[in-house]
Write a protein that binds this ligand. Structure first.
Ligand SMILES: Nc1ncnc2c1ncn2[C@@H]1O[C@H](COP(=O)(O)OP(=O)(O)O)[C@@H](O)[C@H]1O
Ligand SMILES: [Mg+2]
Length: 355
């Protein structure tokens, strides 16, 4: 069976525009789709360079066609502005991909995403924020999950932010982290149906109108899925890096992979995958059981060359922490699950250093 790693390897032999480095390293390959023995490549190349586009398209076609087992290759090129491609790091300024400037005072924006709901995205987001805060980082949380904002419940925040003397909204604070939520703007009881452009507008406004002060990390809980809403958000918000939460079941993995592709499309670096509910730890005897097939995160990791940065076991204390407004990281500092969250937080601190 064809693997995207094989295709990537073949593409790594093709020099980038101008000859410096290869097209994979330069993040020109936005997507690799494999259906049986047919491969579809999506490239992102600078619009003003027609000669180079043709050269790279031809080289891609030849390189992939030469792989044993490939019957047909389609190469689709999307024209990108001639800017340097995004590299992992702090929010960029002046990049034509950005339709929004970075938020003043905010060093890193980390998006937490998942292919589908119910995999523990919000739980992971909140506990990571608390772990980062416990390590001395200044952390804000922004709940942009239009389908079910829940960070205020997980953190045990009641009340809504008020407008101060200035126009700005002050985020609420709990357990040392700041929180702003789309949920503050809506009535809890009435379901809200948001369309992509409206959500983007509201999120933009929230990001601009909120007085975050100085933050090392703003963690954004994105709505689950990879539809228009998510895509526009990922394009609108200047995200430094994304974390994808998944459970080890096959369906969830397929969805998570779509999430990875979505970020690839908008040139947001994916920092890693968190496998949640990875094993079940018996609260009585402590025995660990893999309820879902274990090692699923490792499977997408090898298919997409994205790291699994942590595994969080399934444990009743995690849910209880969310239900009582005291997430496990603050409720039980000695739990091994808290330890698992700290280990992910330390990886974030290492990759995206705080001020
Ligand atoms: N590791 C875990 N162990 C036990 N329960 C968990 C775990 N992660 C999440 N949950 C529970 O699963 C439910 C869904 O989690 P949530 O974070 O709201 O998911 P999402 O934001 O992806 O929809 C919640 O009730 C939460 O408490
Ligand atoms: Mg959620």
């Amino acid at each position: 069976m064809l693997e995207s790693a094989q295709i990537k390897q073949a593409l790594q032999t093709i020099p980038d525009v101008g000859g410096g480095g290869d097209i994979v390293a330069a993040q020109r390959v936005a997507n690799i789709e494999i259906k049986g023995d047919v491969v579809k490549l999506t490239l992102m190349l600078p619009a003003e360079n027609a000669g180079e586009i043709e050269r790279i398209e031809d080289a891609c076609f030849d390189a992939v066609s030469a792989i044993a087992g490939v019957k047909d290759v389609t190469v689709v090129t999307r024209k990108a502005p001639g800017s340097p491609q995004r590299q992992p790091g702090p929010p960029r300024t002046g990049d034509p991909f950005d339709s929004q400037a970075p938020i003043p005072g905010v060093k890193h924006i980390i998006a937490v995403a998942s292919g589908k709901g119910g995999v523990g995205k919000s739980t992971v987001c909140v506990n990571l924020a608390l772990a980062l805060s416990a390590r001395g980082a200044r952390v804000g949380l922004m709940d942009s999950d239009v389908y079910g904002p829940s960070l205020h419940i997980l953190l045990g925040v009641d009340g809504r932010p008020r407008r101060g003397h200035t126009k700005e909204l002050s985020p609420l604070e709990k357990h040392g982290v700041k929180l702003m939520s789309l949920g503050f703007l809506t009535d809890d009881s009435s379901p809200v149906i948001w369309r992509g452009p409206i959500v983007t507008g509201v999120v933009k406004k929230l990001l601009q109108d909120v007085d975050w002060g100085e933050l090392d990390y703003l963690m954004i809980d994105l709505p689950p899925g990879t539809g228009d809403v998510q895509l526009t958000l990922a394009q609108t918000v200047p995200i430094t890096g994304a974390i994808i939460v998944t459970t080890p079941s096959e369906l969830s993995l397929v969805d998570a992979e779509k999430g990875l592709r979505m970020f690839e499309q908008v040139h947001v670096p994916v920092f890693g995958i968190v496998e949640n509910m990875s094993t079940f730890v018996c609260p009585h005897c402590g025995e660990e059981t893999a309820i879902f097939d274990s090692g699923g995160g490792a499977k997408i990791s090898s298919r997409t060359s994205t790291d699994v940065i942590g595994r969080i076991p399934l444990h009743p204390d995690v849910r209880a922490g969310g239900d009582t407004g005291r997430p496990i990281v603050v409720a039980d500092r000695n739990s091994p699950i808290t330890g698992a969250f700290f280990s992910i937080a330390d990886k974030i601190l290492e990759r995206y250093p705080k001020a």
